[in-house]
Design a protein around this ligand. Sequence first.
Ligand SMILES: [Zn+2]
Length: 108
Amino acid sequence: MTAARCTHCGSVLTITGCPGQLPLLDPYRDGRQWGTRAQLSHHLGYDVTPAMLNNWRQRDGLERCRIGREVYSPVAQAASIEAAKRLAMEDGGRGRARRLDPSLVAAA
Ligand SMILES: [Zn+2]
């Protein structure tokens, strides 16, 4: 039997569900919330994948901090990188086409 995986982020499910749905951390106690790639994927929405978060860490300067066996990144910084990429895309930038709701396209 293979381990069941989360259909959203691909994490192996535990008895309590997807580890990506665990509460975010505030490791520096400065109000900034940090999460693993799986947590950020859940937090930022259906089309943000753990692989994209890897790219943002490597190419876009997304901060990281290792706590135990996991690497965490700040949710707010990941959200601003995501927003910047989405705006660049709407501006005619190159990159992965985003899945748009057809009703939103029709309304535009
Ligand atoms: Zn998940």
